[in-house]
Write a protein that binds this ligand. Structure first.
Ligand code: ATP
Length: 426
């Protein structure tokens, strides 16, 4: 059943939200946003901003990256609402049972708390409908209306920090076929514009990151600090001829999903920045996934660095019990899935070795149980072993997963480090 609400007409500033239009087989909500933005402009309205809003990455109903779209528009809300619904009916992938689009047009501000909940926690469709009705918004939820959650959250969003992404879309006749994007030009764009842009390629692992492999309309996307920088990088990329492109303001790369947390009080599906002490030697499990325990007093949580995090696992393998850390990641199935860590301090490690015989310049050997040590050459004896300090190659500082394993919301270290005071763990 479709869900609809209608508000009083006016011609003014509005925010338009859209979500849940795609499926694993195709389409992309950002594409609908880009097409709608073009049509609104063509009809004489002013599109002041196109906003790509990433929501809780742990939501099970997401197709890929849990993205929703918000357009900031000046124009006639009734006309805009009609155009947004038309575009959803024209382009959303209704062949997939789990496509439940939502369209919102609101002239009133929606409470930012709803966005904050949707990016860090879980929301219900009824909650979205209640706040839309209260705000007098126009809205339509198709099928079970779940897309209204993302559409309302996008409209409610106000970012503390923003980045930009230019999304370049393919001509419809090419959707589903292999993409033609010149690899070298992407590496050149990265070389010329990093750290003002990031995650175009993963230099360390020699892979292209910004070209998807899914059958959706996106040809490639370039992320960066500002419209100017993503446009500069984009101008260096050679590819098949695109159909359209659009720069979005986004909450990607801002850590907007991370909240305060403490070990023993973590809730599944939320993402945290937490502090603790390593309490087990990291182990590499089947598939190359590395895990260790992090503790705070008597409470512990498992931390995981999965195989796709590649070289990041080498850092994790260097941890030892007693090392102090801050870790960032989502709490899922009893583990924190690591996005980045800060090594606050490393414990000094030593090894018991048989003492050295100064006269013979050789190590002694055990003289038997509880009998100390004896030099086999000169017969000298010592009771206590030497404590030899072991080198720790792990330096205090921040470490992160490579671009190929980075989640959309995770802030790359090239943008700066998390403010630990904000999370109460400075
Ligand atoms: P794409 O990124 O390719 O557009 P997607 O990964 O965003 O796809 P959707 O098809 O939009 O996935 O599905 C996500 C669904 O989850 C939407 O219906 C959205 O309203 C809903 N949703 C988003 N955030 C939350 C949340 N915090 N709690 C509950 N539902 C949510």
């Amino acid at each position: 059943m479709d869900i609809a609400g209608q508000a009083i007409n006016s011609s003014a500033y509005m925010r338009i939200g859209i979500d849940d239009t795609d499926s694993p087989a195709g389409m992309c909500t950002t594409y609908l946003g880009a097409v709608l933005a073009g049509r609104l402009s063509d009809s004489g309205m002013t599109v002041r901003d196109a906003i790509l809003v990433r929501l809780n990455p742990n939501v099970i109903h997401k197709t890929r990256g849990n993205a929703a779209i918000c357009l900031d528009v000046l124009g006639d809300p009734d006309t805009a609402f009609g155009m947004a619904c038309d575009i959803v009916e024209e382009l959303a992938d209704f062949s997939c049972e789990d496509t439940n689009p939502g369209v919102v047009v609101s002239e009133a501000d929606l409470p930012v708390e709803f966005y904050e909940k949707a990016v860090g926690d879980f929301c219900e469709t009824d909650e979205a409908i209640a706040l839309l009705a209260k705000a007098g918004a126009r809205f339509r939820g198709y099928r079970n209306g779940r897309g209204l959650i993302g559409a309302a959250a996008a409209v409610a969003s106000r970012f503390e920090d923003t980045t930009s992404e230019i999304l370049v879309y393919r001509k419809p006749e090419r959707w589903g076929s292999p993409r033609t994007v010149d690899r070298e030009s992407l590496f050149l764009a990265e070389r010329e514009t990093y750290p003002h842009t990031w995650d175009t390629v993963d230099t360390e692992n020699d892979v292209v990151v910004c070209v998807p492999h899914t059958p959706d309309p996106v040809l490639f996307g370039i992320r960066g600090v500002s419209e100017e920088w993503v446009l500069r990088a984009r101008s260096m990329v050679c590819s098949e001829e695109p159909e359209r492109e659009r720069v979005f303001t986004t909450n990607q790369g801002t850590d907007a999903h991370l909240g305060k947390g403490s070990i023993g009080a973590l809730e599944p599906g939320r993402s945290y920045l937490i502090r603790g002490t390593v309490s087990s030697v990291p182990v590499t499990r089947t598939g190359g996934h590395v895990s260790f325990m992090l503790s705070e007093g008597a409470r512990s949580v498992r931390c995981m660095a999965y195989e796709p995090t590649k070289g990041f696992r080498d850092i994790i393998r260097m941890l030892r019990p007693g090392d102090e850390l801050v870790v960032a990641g989502s709490y899922k199935e009893g583990s924190i899935n690591l996005e980045k860590i800060r090594v606050i301090s490393v414990i000094s490690l030593s090894e018991r070795k048989a003492p050295f015989c100064v006269s013979c310049q050789k190590r002694m050997t055990s003289a038997g149980t509880a009998k100390g040590y004896k030099c086999r050459i000169c017969g000298a004896r010592e009771q206590e072993p030497d404590l030899v300090r072991l080198p720790r190659n792990l330096k205090p500082g921040w470490y992160e997963v490579p671009p190929s394993a980075r989640r959309h919301l995770a802030k790359p270290l090239c943008r700066g480090q998390p403010d630990l005071e904000k999370y109460g763990i400075a």
